[in-house]
Ligand binder design. Structure first.
Ligand code: SF4
Length: 386
């Protein structure tokens, strides 16, 4: 272990779900209680024995994600969280998020989760329209979601995120508007709104993969919204959420004042984080680690991981790619301090060209995407590849 000391967020991956959703390509699958128990034991082993290239001093954020972490019993969650707390120094005011899906928790379980120290919940809603939830292959109705949300408030959670997805097959602006209005009435502290991506290997890819290819070629898709509609959906989302008091601070994330997700900001600002469990990624200083996906191996022998010291080029590109996702953009001063290279030496020409095209804007310190730049963010971000 090196002598350098770092603060790092913790991510723990729980790869279990009751049933696979039609659009999901995350590492997640159904499992029985014995498998869950063995996986949690392997996680505890990794938490207690994994050595990092630098010493981890404090933990400012924890995020238990998946999969469906709430599909674990309170006993298993308790074993896991106690292992984190006895191994690492978790700051007393740390943000501690857990992902929860409706129909996997009740009020009693949420009270127990709160007592374990979780202080932020991220609830997978996706849509308030039952027909869309069925299309997505979700296991819950909107009514089920409302029950979980009420239970979470009654259990004492005061920092709650809802996940929603738009640009669904057959979806129009009106149905998205209905979801957004219903969501804002419920006043969660944070809303993540992602546009659907048709990923290979999913049920949606079998159904809509050809349509997606059509759309990518600039042809008119049959079931999926056109690119133009998708952009209109993004603008509508911003408009309705801002009107309701949520500010956009990242391409897909909105928060009421004081409720931005600190853990995600660690990712976007290239802070250090350590990940446990299959498929978990870590960034510790300039070293990236990726855990393998093999569950049997993980349970029997611990993580199979690759460690890679980032090249300067990779660090510079990551800085821009991740930082420009945030609405405030990237700070040139921070770029120069973290990477020890003058910003203008690397990106002056690119920056000037993108400003001329109206895709980014610049002030004394910050560079950020314009509204138009955000519409075609993938194209703009690609310009920062060296
Ligand atoms: S609940 Fe989430 S992680 Fe699980 S299958 Fe559905 S989208 Fe994937």
């Amino acid at each position: 272990m090196g002598t350098k000391k770092l603060n790092a967020g913790i991510y723990i991956h729980i790869p279990f779900c009751v049933k696979k959703c039609a659009y999901c390509d995350f590492p997640s699958f159904p499992a029985n209680e014995e498998m869950k128990h063995r996986y949690v034991s392997a996680l505890i082993y990794e938490i207690e024995h994994r050595r990092w290239p630098y010493e981890i001093e404090n933990i400012p954020t924890i995020f238990i994600g998946g999969g469906t972490p709430s599909s674990l019993s309170v006993d298993e969650l308790g074993r896991l969280i106690r292992a984190v707390k006895r191994t690492y120094h978790v700051l007393p005011n740390a943000e501690f998020t857990m992902e929860v899906n409706p129909k996997t928790v009740d009020k009693e379980k949420l009270i127990a989760i709160r007592q374990l120290g979780v202080n932020r919940l991220s609830i997978g809603l996706q849509s308030t329209i039952d027909e869309e939830l069925r299309l997505l292959g979700r296991i819950h109705s909107f009514e089920d979601f409302l029950k979980t949300y009420d239970d979470a408030r009654e259990a004492g959670f005061t920092n709650i995120n809802f996940d929603i997805i738009y640009a669904l097959p057959g979806q129009g602006l009106l149905s998205l508007e209905k979801t957004l209005r219903r969501v804002t009435e419920l006043r969660p502290e944070h809303i993540s709104a992602y546009s659907l991506i048709i990923e290979e290997g999913t049920r949606f890819y079998t159904l809509y993969g050809d349509d997606e290819k059509r759309r990518q070629k600039g042809e008119r898709p049959i079931a999926l919204p056109t690119e133009e509609t998708e952009r209109a959906m993004d603008r509508l989302t911003k408009e309705i959420l801002e009107e309701a008091g949520y500010h956009r601070y990242e391409i897909s994330n909105y928060a009421r004042d004081g409720f931005e997700c600190e853990h995600n900001k660690v990712y976007w600002t290239r802070g250090s984080y350590i990940g446990f469990g299959i498929s978990a990624a870590s960034l510790i200083g300039d070293i990236r680690c990726n855990n393998g996906l093999d569950m049997a191996r993980y349970i029997e022998h611990g993580p199979d991981f690759e460690e890679h010291m980032l090249t300067r080029k990779e660090e510079v590109e990551e800085f821009m790619f991740l930082g420009l996702r945030m609405d405030r953009g990237i700070s040139k001063k921070k770029f120069e301090k973290d990477l020890n290279i003058p910003y203008n030496d690397v990106y002056r020409e690119t920056t000037d060209a993108l400003i001329r095209d109206g895709l980014i804007e610049e002030d004394d310190d910050y560079i950020r995407l314009t509204e138009h730049g955000r519409d075609i963010s993938n194209h703009v971000l690609a310009e920062f590849l060296i």
